[in-house]
Design a protein around this ligand. Structure first.
Ligand SMILES: NC(=O)c1ccc[n+]([C@@H]2O[C@H](COP(=O)([O-])OP(=O)(O)OC[C@H]3O[C@@H](n4cnc5c(N)ncnc54)[C@H](O)[C@@H]3O)[C@@H](O)[C@H]2O)c1
Length: 253
């Protein structure tokens, strides 16, 4: 069990990629804290994990809630070794169509949350002698759809934040990396299919998958395996970098 003596926090852990990561860390023996807004889904996921699982309801855009969440995890589990900054939301609109509030919300959930979680979790990792942070970015950190103005900005920003954290805390034995998924079959992708195309979301998603080198969209579990690798000692010489898990999407058609 690769994470048998570790405590892990997963933000946005109640659904989609975060949920799969929670289950993968739990499979590998970790104590896992699920930090999410969705209390019903988060509590249902934590319940079968027993004493090794904990749901913490928090809005990761708010410093007070993040500070309280981190303190609660430390009180329950004794410290923090791994942070998967993963909570995110999508929004469609050009700069003209996007309101200031929409811009602020997307940047807050997708980017500011990673700053806040790191700000409060890193001192706990330092007390443990080190740790690992994996930030969920996106293929859209590099190339974009149309009408994803704040989302694209947030996902590009995550790569800068990842480098900055890696540089500042390498001396503390903390590695910081980013995973960049392509299209992955989650509630967010269904929202995208319904919003952008309409009709049967499964058909739309199947069509998107056919444009990927591997012929299909990803499964949340496949992103989770990438996250576990990056967080594990097997990735001991990797920090500051971003890692595509996109089925070859950015390699071409
Ligand atoms: N699904 C994809 O195709 C895809 C592709 C590239 C990147 N990503 C990124 O992966 C991450 C996870 O995406 P997903 O597809 O699993 O999304 P999802 O919508 O299925 O799940 C996101 C989770 O984040 C939680 N959340 C949202 N706002 C929050 C907040 N303020 N505080 C706490 N929790 C909050 C939601 O409740 C939900 O449980 C996101 O950062 C997303 O941008 C997804």
């Amino acid at each position: 069990m690769e994470f048998g003596d570790k405590t892990v926090i997963v933000t946005g852990g109640a659904k989609g990629i975060g949920r799969a990561t929670v289950l993968a860390f739990a499979r590998e023996g970790a104590r896992v804290a699920i930090v999410d807004l969705d209390a019903a889904a988060g509590a249902a996921l934590a319940e079968p994990l027993g004493e090794r699982g904990r749901f913490v309801r928090a809005d990761v855009t708010r410093a007070d809630e993040v500070e309280r969440a981190v303190a609660g995890v430390v009180a329950a589990f004794g410290g923090i070794d791994v942070l998967h900054n993963n909570a995110g939301i999508q929004h469609y609109g050009t700069a003209i169509e996007t309101t200031e509030d929409e811009w602020d919300r997307v940047l807050a959930v997708n980017l500011k949350s990673m700053f806040l979680m790191s700000k409060f979790a890193i001192p706990e990792m330092i007390k443990r002698g080190g740790g690992a942070i994996v930030n969920t970015a996106s293929v859209q950190s590099y190339y974009n759809q149309r009408r994803v103005c704040p989302y694209a900005a947030s996902k590009a920003g995550i790569l800068g934040l990842t480098r900055s954290l890696a540089i500042d805390f390498a001396k503390d034995n903390i590695r910081v990396t980013a995973v960049c998924p392509g299209s992955v079959d989650t509630p967010m992708l269904h929202y995208a299919a319904e919003t952008l195309v309409g009709g049967d979301a499964d058909d739309v998603i199947r069509g998107w998958g056919e444009k990927v080198l591997l012929g299909r969209v990803g499964r949340p579990e496949e992103i989770a395996e990438t996250v576990l690798f990056l967080a594990s000692p097997r990735a001991s010489y990797i920090t500051g970098s971003a890692h595509l898990a996109d089925g070859g999407l950015l390699s071409g058609f």
